[in-house]
Design a protein around this ligand. Structure first.
Ligand SMILES: [Zn+2]
Length: 292
């Protein structure tokens, strides 16, 4: 047919129109419902980094126990969610590697599990006297340590602007970095002993802050339901959370420096209760996010 050459441009135009309209349709189309697919569970510390300890247990072991228990609950009851652990044994994992793993597997959630502890104060006291080489009486000293064991409760942190009076926790949790030989490269000069570095870290933007706060609040709600003391949701400049490309929380499941809470965290009932709290909080979070 002779008029084909004239029809062709019309076809081309039509195709173009169809394509562009389908593009704009795609842009305005309702998004596929969001689904949580991968959760990274991070047992704090590990290996040479035992962090805090109580009378009978170390933070790294309590954290691992709880992390594995929570992971198992998710694996058993939410079969469409993949659980990735930063560690499943007593090994040292650098902080940047923990969040690096979460970013690599494109995790939808990062949950770091830790135990709290009151600081230990050391004091030099005179324990007696002795004679030195010239026969002169000089005092002898011993070092005593003291720690408040009464403090108890649960708190959950999200990455953000830490208040200055809460920097002790940031210092302790970030101190693991010092055990990494090349921490200066991995954290761009970050020095956990330098308050300025901590402040710099706190200014790193966390776009998932809002979701992190929601999850943290759900966790605290569940803890409170089981009679735990609520120390609240707090924002803190924590290295392990700072580079999270997803909502991320660090939950302190109890004070290992409090003998009663230490026993609870190490008991079968306590472990079950804590893991249930975290699991229920994830369920609530999942529900509100996936139906939004
Ligand atoms: Zn810790």
């Amino acid at each position: 047919m002779k008029n084909i050459p004239f029809i062709r441009p019309i076809y081309a135009l039509l195709t173009l129109l169809l394509l562009s309209s389908s593009f704009s349709w795609a842009k305005n189309a309702p998004k596929l419902p969001y689904r949580i697919k991968t959760i990274v569970i991070d047992a704090g510390h590990g290996g040479k980094d035992g962090s805090t300890h109580g009378l009978t247990s170390k933070e790294k072991d309590v954290a691992l126990m709880t992390a594995l228990r929570l992971g198992k609950l998710i694996e058993e009851q939410l079969k469409d969610i993949k659980v990735v652990y930063t560690r499943t044994t007593d090994v040292f994992v650098p902080l940047y590697e923990r969040i690096g793993l979460a970013n690599r597997v494109k995790a939808d959630l990062f949950i770091s599990i830790h135990c709290n502890s009151m600081p230990i104060y050391t004091k030099r006291v005179v324990s007696g006297y002795r004679r030195n080489s010239r026969g002169k009486k000089v005092p002898t000293y011993t070092t005593t340590t003291s720690q408040s064991t009464g403090t108890r409760g649960v708190e959950t942190f999200v990455s953000g602007f830490g208040r200055m009076d809460e920097q002790d926790i940031a210092l302790r949790e970030n101190a693991s970095i010092l055990l990494e030989t090349d921490y200066k490269d991995n954290y761009e000069g970050y020095d956990p002993n330098d308050p300025e570095s901590i402040i710099m870290f706190s200014f790193l933007k966390n776009s998932f802050r809002e979701q992190s706060i929601k999850l943290a609040a759900f966790m605290q709600d569940e803890y409170v339901k089981t009679g735990r003391i609520d120390r609240g949701v707090k924002e803190k400049s924590l290295a392990v959370l700072a580079r999270a490309g997803m909502p991320a929380v660090l939950t302190e499941i109890g004070f290992i420096s409090n003998p009663e809470e230490e026993a609870y965290m190490n008991s079968e009932d306590g472990q079950k209760e804590i893991a249930d709290c975290l699991f229920k909080a994830i369920l609530t979070y999942k529900k509100q996010l996936e139906t939004e």
